[in-house]
Design a protein around this ligand. Structure first.
Ligand code: ADP
Ligand code: MG
Ligand code: MG
Length: 879
């Protein structure tokens, strides 16, 4: 097997299609080289080598050593420099690169190949002593940190002291001599902390770094990230070894990062930052304040230091040309890293840029309108889950706000929560159900779990491309970065801003769209659903087959869902209505009644209430189908708990409190979810379903534009149950029609949420006109897992790969899915036009929606905020 793939100097052994083999970075370096962009030559050691490295006890086969030697020769041939040559040394970077960009992997090592001899050669050939010693001290510092894993604080301290001693603020002020002294200190530090001298043999340096990249694949940080992002451990990482180009060769050199469009808003404008006389991650690390790329961005920000467009106009226009080439070539927004060495531009990385949901939407719609991609591609470009960010409320512009400070609007959206100052606390408090805002001086890959747990992220340092900003945008968390006036004291768990203090647990609000940071909670308003969102939704609606309904039971939810494009109600749970206001007393009276007469007396009180609920919902949903589920939960959920509640019910029913308590005790169940609930209530107390059906029909006939009520009987296991319940509904219908002289169309159907019902679907369809797969219960009953108790062990089940995902979030397609497919098939065989839908949580989950499309269901039903997600996912599934 070939493990080493070259690029640069007219050679490209791989290309953009080889991400699995070469990692994203390696594949794109090869691709950029092959389309003639200026890429420093190098080679990629494949991900297959990473897998083999772990299979063979973390060793390298001899064949790979030879291949790497050839790779080095390839770079030497193009650059004319030799690796380890004291007179004119080749320096390389060693960079990790998995299939997808992954924080937690080893940081890049730059300037590898420097030692006490070659540093002299570098000084001589560059004619710049300062540059040579700066490169050497950077190399030792990085190598000690990422390869030898020594305490980097000690090295930073030494650098700080060197600056302080001389009264300097910036490391660019240090002279060649200062840096040479620092190198000596660094070498002593390595020997002290590592017990061995800093490796002088350049090949030892190289293999040490390559081994460290592969080693980092199994680091804890990388594992956490993979778990959170569903990345398989078997993928492995590639290693890229590449000739160095130098952004730290003085005032005509620079390094920068850029996006071809604005990753926050999606606006079609080059977007980025750069730093003159700097190297590598200096821009991102916030060593100095980076400068803007474009004149327009600088002016908009009111910043002083010249933009690249002004400071280096020629290189800038070359860079702009590269941006356009890349966008046309990749047909997507690109995230780019570049370096300028003595006025010559070099491309070091490109990849599809991470973007906010808002930007994803705008870029997809714009690119389709520009003719760069098709509308189908535009539909596929937007992650349905990410729409969530756009559908949620933003800060009410008219609400009073107590602004503490302002930082950079790094990731849009608003969030309120309790201030926490470290990631472990963020995780702990979030697990306990608290909303938290993670506040850090700056974040690093070690903060991933805290950022994930937090509702929002606030940092004091770092720009728009800082770690916090990039990761937050990817995760869809609001983020304000670089709020420089915050004095954060993580140890004391507090921050100061001016004379004010925020302590752990205090509520703060951040607005990632404006950069504002506020004390206390600020109320929010609903988002605007027109513009690009509307356009994409229109395109999606034209492509999807599945209808999208909503699960809603209040007029407000129904309205929201209609605004979001719901085409009906797939599940209206009537029990929610039973808890409202004074009704609960009547409901309790009904449950605790000793006999039918007692129950009927209580139901009398509920009838007008239910009727007006339904009338209101029918009005909001005019012209659309509404599926109403009759009473489902175990009765004990409604029982009184407190003395006062018992007294209230006793008075309403004119019975003795003690009688009620005895009756309540009788109703106790050991396993209520498998107990007296669903249609079992209707079978034993038909008058309950009779009242509900009557309320539905009385409401329907009272309206001019009556919807078609679809009356759904829950938890049916047998045909006979449904037969009995349908008779109750039909009888109520006929009674109402006779009394009012008006008729409406209606359907009676059932939920399929028990395995027996799925198996006997053929028979059940003889009675039921529709099936709605209640996948919450169907998952629970098929897996034999109580969903209220599953959290305790399901996480380990997912970690161990027993289930690929939490089966209550994403449908267990193999198991529960097979039951659904079977029931659909058997139901259709009996009744060709049977309506089939899904109404569990899964109705809003894109992967589950893809299954529903494949199984040929008629509709999915999701909670109101997930309706647009379902519309888009349904279109993607149909494409
Ligand atoms: P990451 O995956 O964290 O982005 P990279 O491998 O892209 O890490 O390296 C980070 C930075 O190091 C790059 O953006 C670039 O500025 C610098 N760098 C990497 N390789 C080279 C090189 N061959 N010459 C100059 N700078 C380099
Ligand atoms: Mg990079
Ligand atoms: Mg159910």
């Amino acid at each position: 097997t070939q493990y080493v793939y070259r690029f640069g100097g007219g050679v490209s052994d791989g290309g953009a299609g080889d991400k699995n083999l070469l990692g994203g970075k390696g594949a794109n370096l090869a691709e950029m080289a092959s389309i003639g962009l200026p890429v420093p030559p190098g080679f990629t050691i494949s991900t297959e080598m990473c897998t083999r490295y772990y299979e063979e006890g973390e060793t390298f086969p001899d064949s790979v050593k030879a291949e790497v030697a050839n790779g080095i020769a390839h770079i030497e041939g193009i650059t004319g420099k030799r690796f380890g040559d004291a007179a004119d040394p080749l320096l390389v970077s060693v960079r990790s690169g998995a299939r997808v960009s992954m924080p937690g992997m080893m940081d890049t090592v730059l300037n590898l190949g420097l030692n006490d001899q070659t540093v002299q050669g570098l000084a001589a050939t560059s004619g710049d002593d300062r540059f040579a010693w700066d490169s050497y001290r950077r190399f030792i510092q990085m190598y000690a940190d990422v390869v030898l894993e020594l305490d980097h604080g000690r090295f930073e301290e030494a650098l700080e002291i060197a600056k302080e001693d001389r009264g300097f603020a910036l490391d660019t002020e240090l002279s060649a001599k200062d840096l040479q002294g620092l190198v000596a200190e660094y070498k002593a530090l390595v020997e002290e902390l590592w017990g061995k001298p800093f490796p002088q043999d350049v090949h030892d340096q190289l293999w040490g770094a390559v081994g460290a990249v592969f080693g980092s694949w199994q680091s804890e940080r990388a594992k956490v990230y993979r778990r959170l992002n569903d990345i398989p451990g078997g993928w492995g990482t590639a290693v890229n070894v590449q000739a160095m180009v130098f952004g730290n060769m003085g005032e005509t050199s620079a390094t920068g990062v850029a996006f071809t469009r604005d990753p926050s808003t999606g606006e079609r404008a080059y977007y980025g930052e750069f730093l003159i006389n700097a190297q590598g991650e200096d821009v991102v690390a916030g060593i100095r304040t980076p400068q803007y790329l474009t004149l327009a961005a600088r002016e908009r920000a009111g910043a002083k230091p010249a933009s690249m467009e002004e400071a280096m106009p020629e290189v800038y226009s070359q860079l702009a040309g590269v941006f356009d080439t890349l966008e046309t070539h990749y047909r997507d927004m690109q995230d780019i890293e570049f370096t300028v060495e003595r006025a010559k531009l070099w491309m070091l990385q490109t990849r599809s840029g991470k973007r906010t949901a808002k930007a994803a939407l705008k870029i997809a719609v714009d690119m389709a309108n520009e003719g760069l991609i098709s509308t189908e591609e535009a539909i596929l470009r937007v992650d349905p889950q990410a729409l969530d960010q756009l559908l949620h409320p933003t800060l009410d512009p008219d609400a009073p706000r107590d602004v503490l400070t302002k930082g950079l609007p790094a990731s849009p959206g608003a969030a309120s929560g309790k201030a926490v100052f470290d990631s472990d606390t963020a995780e702990k408090r979030a697990a306990a159900g608290e909303a938290v805002i993670l506040i850090r001086i700056e974040t690093s890959p070690e903060d991933i779990h805290g950022m994930h747990a937090a509702k929002g992220i606030l940092t004091a340092r770092g720009g728009m491309t800082s770690h916090a900003a990039v990761v937050a945008r990817g995760m869809g968390r609001p983020c304000v970065s670089g709020a420089g006036t915050l004095a954060i004291n993580a140890r004391e768990k507090m921050l100061r801003v001016g004379s004010r203090e925020v302590r752990e647990g205090d509520i703060v609000t951040i607005d990632g769209t404006t950069g504002e940071v506020m004390f206390g909670e600020v109320p929010t308003v609903q988002p605007e659903l027109s513009g690009d969102f509307g356009t994409l939704m229109e395109w999606a609606d034209a492509k999807r087959r599945l209808k999208v309904r909503t699960n809603a039971e209040t007029p407000l939810d129904c309205r929201t869902a209609r605004d979001f494009g719901a085409e009906g109600i797939g599940l209206c749970r009537t029990e929610h209505m039973f808890f409202e206001g004074a009704r609960i007393t009547a409901v309790r009276q009904m449950i605790l009644a000793e006999d039918e007469a007692g129950r009927r007396a209580a139901l009398e009180k509920l009838l007008p209430e239910q009727r007006s609920d339904f009338a209101e919902i029918f009005r909001v949903m005019a012209g659309l189908p509404v599926t109403i589920r009759l009473l489902d939960p175990p009765l004990h959920e409604f029982l009184p708990h407190e003395e006062a509640e018992f007294a209230e019910v006793a008075q309403a029913a004119s019975v003795d409190v003690e009688v009620l308590k005895r009756r309540a005790a009788e109703l106790h169940e050991f396993n209520p979810m498998l107990g007296h609930r669903g249609c079992r209530l209707g079978v034993t107390y038909p008058e309950i379903y009779e009242m509900q059906a009557r309320a539905i029909f009385e409401a329907a006939v009272s309206l001019d534009e009556a919807p078609v009520p679809e009356i759904m009987i829950p938890l049916v296991a047998t045909k006979r149950e449904l037969e009995l319940m349908k008779a109750v509904v039909d009888k109520a219908a006929e009674a109402v029609f006779a009394e009012t002289g008006k008729r409406v169309d209606y359907l009676v159907g059932t939920m399929i949420e028990l395995p027996r019902a799925a198996l006997k679907a053929g028979e059940i369809a003889e009675v039921g006109a529709f099936f709605s797969f209640g996948t919450n219960d169907l998952t629970q009953t098929t897996l034999g897992v109580s969903r209220d108790d599953a959290a305790r062990f399901l996480t380990s089940y997912v970690e161990k790969g027993i289930y690929a995902k939490d089966p209550f979030v994403s449908l267990d397609v193999e198991g529960v899915g097979e039951l659904i497919a079977l029931a659909a098939e058997r139901g259709r065989k009996t009744r060709g036009d049977i309506k089939l839908g899904i109404c569990g949580e899964h109705g809003g989950d894109p992967a589950s929606i893809a299954f529903c499309e494949a199984t040929g269901l008629d509709y999915v039903s999701a909670s109101p905020y997930r309706v647009p997600i379902a519309r888009l996912a349904a279109a993607q599934a149909a494409l």
